[in-house]
Design a protein around this ligand. Structure first.
Ligand SMILES: [Mg+2]
Length: 264
């Protein structure tokens, strides 16, 4: 696979080609639009990004979506995105649309068995975190997440290994990201979420940018005519690379300007 390269030319060509519409512009949040923080609650979209996303969402032929591992309530509180934006949370297990009156959510329904497993997972994950400084557990509607970002490396590694073993033992879905292990009772992936969105919208082309391992599922679900962008360092199946969230916002601003120029 060739080294991922700068997406500027591909985005400019897409902006100029009115026949490839609508474009589904789907973006991860943490590490993509918002610089990574030790405390996930401190995460914020870059200030310049708010206006750029609002302009893009208001552009004919562009559909904006955020696709995140965060729980929906969390994503909505932090994202600062315009009305009409589609939100995908919990790696695809939660879906909603931002309206003028708040969030229009698709309801998540767990079976009794899934609800029981979620409760069991919560208790066992709490035991993993107990006595380990900097390790904490987050409960989502469909998953339990063990966070290790604030722990010493040895402590983090031990907690992550135990969490992975727990997932295997309880037979749940496991997502291992940067300093997180997510154990989910509802099968979901960013790739499936993105494929469903593109079909609903009828988008001939998708732009997707993300920084983490879970974003690789999204890149895999896209084709050679889509624009897949890995943010930051690391192996990837994406065709393009941008170094940082600042670079993502700059590229999106240029894309917005090119779209405006193409519309005349
Ligand atoms: Mg991310």
């Amino acid at each position: 696979m060739p080294e991922p390269h700068d997406p500027t030319a591909a985005l400019a060509a897409l902006a100029a080609d009115q026949s490839r519409r609508p474009v589904l512009l789907a973006l991860d949040f943490d590490g993509t639009l918002a610089p990574l923080q030790d405390d996930p609650a401190a995460s914020r979209i870059l200030p310049d990004g708010v206006g750029v996303l609002a302009d893009l969402a208001a552009t004919d032929g562009i559909v904006l979506a955020l696709v995140s591992g965060r729980a929906m309530a969390d994503l909505h509180a932090l994202a600062e995105v315009p009305v009409g934006t589609l939100l995908v949370g919990s790696h695809g297990a939660e879906r909603a649309r931002v309206t003028a009156h708040g969030l229009d959510r698709d309801v998540v329904r767990l079976t009794d068995d899934q609800a029981d497993r979620l409760a069991a997972l919560g208790a066992e994950a709490a035991a993993v975190a107990r006595g380990r400084e900097g390790v904490w557990v987050e409960t989502k509607p469909t998953a339990v997440v063990v966070h290790t970002r604030l722990a010493d490396p040895e402590v983090a590694q031990a907690a992550e290994q135990e969490s992975l073993a727990l997932g295997e033992r309880l037979g749940t879905g496991v997502l291992h990201g940067k300093a997180v292990v997510e154990l989910t009772v509802l099968h979901a992936s960013k790739g499936e979420a993105l494929t469903a969105l593109r079909q609903e919208i009828g988008a001939p082309v998708v732009i997707y940018a993300g920084d983490d391992v879970t974003d690789e599922r999204a890149f895999e679900a896209l084709g050679p005519d889509d624009v897949t962008i890995k943010v930051g360092a690391g192996d990837t199946g994406a065709r393009y690379r941008i170094d940082s969230p600042e670079g993502v916002v700059t590229a999106l601003a240029r894309f917005r300007d090119d779209l405006a120029a193409a519309a005349g």
